[in-house]
Design a protein around this ligand. Structure first.
Ligand code: BTN
Length: 328
């Protein structure tokens, strides 16, 4: 898999076309200081990524759908915390894979991509990652803690995502579904994939991968196994992902600092207020078996509490949850 850093000229071309007007190749070429044929090549590149661009004879090129690309300078302008290293790729296998190869550094390291060829979800699932539509985000965070103290991290990341999505004031609030999903109106809008690594001296680091469906309105011929939605579908407007990333980075840093200091217990009330499964009859699929019960929230370790049919309450540290539907 070839990794491509985002090309500045591509960013400039899309910035010209962003207004939805028709622009001819010669004028674009002059603005970008490239030839007409180089403009055409970039247009073809965008088309290969399934971006719809019409060519009108004698007039030029026109985007049929809104498109704003990610731009590190624009993100940094909005960010509160400026001491951050952002690597942005036009295409990559997986943003999590990229950060796994990075060595320790003082600053917070973020990896963003416009397209992931091998985007990964939990439980070996694929994560559909069409070009420039959604958010494919990973962050490398070093903890001054042993890996065993990081239980509940994926729940905190779920809360971060829900907080960021809810700042868009959707009609249907985004809620967290144990252990790592964020749902809107019973449909998945985001998820996280955390990969933990133990370091020497009892320290650890986490690669925190976040996928948010932002502007996707159709999955084309791709099959997404569970019902899904996107911020654009919920809000009914095109979303500038640069603002979203900046908010995500600032929120993430602040939540991670609190998690590092106080652990998951600091977030229990917030979880309660945003728990999609609370009080529902759910099915928990573990590695070996499936169990049903009524969701009773989470405990001080972030483990799921289930009220079972024999009246006992048991806790579970892992598994995949789904709501049990009763025929009426
Ligand atoms: C899930 O809900 O199953 C987790 C989805 C996580 C997807 C993100 S997209 C950015 C990062 N890179 C990946 O390959 N996966 C995560």
């Amino acid at each position: 898999m070839k990794i491509h850093k985002i090309n500045n000229t591509l960013l400039q071309l899309v910035a010209v076309l962003e207004d939805g007007q028709c622009h001819d190749g010669t004028t674009i070429g002059k603005k970008l200081k490239i030839t007409r044929s180089a403009v055409w090549k970039l247009i073809e590149k965008l088309r290969r990524y399934h971006i719809k661009i019409i060519s009108i004879k004698g007039k030029g090129y026109l985007l049929t759908e809104p498109l704003i690309l990610l731009n590190v300078n624009n993100i940094k302008k909005i960010l509160k915390n400026k001491n951050i290293d952002i690597a942005l790729f036009e295409s990559i296998d997986s943003t999590n894979n990229f950060l796994k190869k990075c060595t320790y550094q003082e600053t917070l390291k973020i990896c963003l991509a416009e397209y992931q060829a091998e985007g990964r979800g939990r439980l070996q699932r694929k994560w559909h990652s069409p070009f420039a539509q959604n958010m494919y985000f990973s962050c490398l965070w070093s903890f001054q803690k042993d890996i065993s103290a990081l239980s509940g991290l994926s729940l905190v990341i779920g809360l971060v995502i829900a907080h960021v999505i809810n700042s868009y004031h959707l009609e249907n609030k985004a809620l967290v579904k144990w252990p790592n999903d964020v749902l809107c109106q019973d449909k998945k809008i985001a998820g996280n994939l955390i990969e933990l690594e133990a370091e020497s001296n009892g320290l650890s680091r986490a690669i925190i991968g976040i996928g948010i469906n932002v502007n996707m309105i159709s999955a084309g011929t791709n099959i997404i196994p569970k019902p899904w939605t996107s911020l654009r579908l919920e809000k009914n407007e095109y979303i500038d992902r640069n603002k979203l990333v900046a908010l995500l980075i600032d929120t993430l840093s602040s939540y991670l600092k609190n998690f590092e200091q106080h652990g998951i217990s600091y977030f229990l009330t917030e979880w309660e207020h945003n728990d999609y499964l609370a009080g529902k009859t759910i099915s928990l699929q573990g590695a070996a078996n499936k169990i049903q019960g009524i969701m009773k929230g989470i405990n001080e370790q972030g483990h799921l509490k289930l009220l079972l049919c024999d009246g006992s309450t048991q806790t579970f540290s892992s598994g995949d949850t789904s709501v049990v539907k009763f025929n009426s």
